[in-house]
Design a protein around this ligand. Structure first.
Ligand code: DC
Length: 217
């Protein structure tokens, strides 16, 4: 039987960092579903496809080959796009693009296929509710918008992405709104998720808390 740990939460809540730590400590395959939507957005940019062209975007979602390695690097049709997909243009396009139902259907299908027969930790917005509603463990990772903007700002500085703190906060607020108000696959809190507010917690504290929850059961 394979093990599935599902984590949802808003942008900048630390899902990526925490998922990486837990996957290494527990020996799980780590799947960043946001990166998959970002790859579709990048493929649209590369092919000059506009947000209004929903049919073409749906086709692109089916055609692209998205792969990960164990270090969370992401490959789009064989090219390492790990850094490119975090840039401003992709970040602005990805949230509205991820509201397109045909894109969501294809990504959910691919996500379930990627996890087949494996012990996985998967993070995103609809993993606990749509992709794996019967996951063994379901977490909702949260933090205040101010804290999340600060974290993303520091992350961007390390990667050489130039955005001011205020600009990041506004972009995160816009993305939160969009992600929480989608008709399909919206980010939601439910009673069966374990809620973790990481605002005043260190990365290690969050990882330890979640690992303890997993080991307790
Ligand atoms: O986790 P992230 O910020 O890299 O995600 C990028 C966007 O993709 C996010 O704004 C919403 C969308 N997304 C989604 O709709 N469903 C998921 N499971 C993961 C991400």
């Amino acid at each position: 039987m394979s093990l599935v740990i599902a984590i949802d939460g808003p942008a900048g809540s630390g899902k990526g960092t925490i998922t990486k730590i837990i996957s290494e400590k527990l020996g799980l395959v780590n799947i960043d579903t946001g990166a998959m939507y970002r790859c579709v957005a990048l493929a649209c940019i590369n092919n000059g496809i506009k947000l209004e062209e929903e049919d073409k975007i749906g086709e692109i979602a089916k055609k692209v080959k998205i792969e990960f390695d164990k270090d969370r690097n992401v490959y789009l049709d064989g090219v390492d796009v790990s850094k490119r997909i975090r840039e401003k243009d992709v970040s602005a396009l990805v949230s509205p693009l991820s509201s397109i139902v045909a894109v969501r259907e294809e990504m959910v299908k691919q996500q379930r296929k990627l996890a087949e027969g494996l012990d996985v930790i998967m993070e995103g917005r609809d993993i606990t509710t749509v992709v794996f509603p019967n996951a063994d463990f379901k977490f909702y990772l949260d933090a205040t918008v101010e804290e999340r903007a600060k974290r993303r700002f520091l992350q961007n500085q390390e990667s050489g992405i130039d955005m001011s703190l205020e600009e990041i906060k506004e972009a995160i607020e816009a993305r939160d709104y969009n992600d929480m108000h989608k008709e399909v696959g919206a980010l939601k809190r439910t009673d069966d998720q374990i809620y973790v507010d990481s605002t005043n917690m260190s990365i290690e504290e969050v990882a330890d808390f979640m690992i303890n929850k997993i080991k307790e059961n």
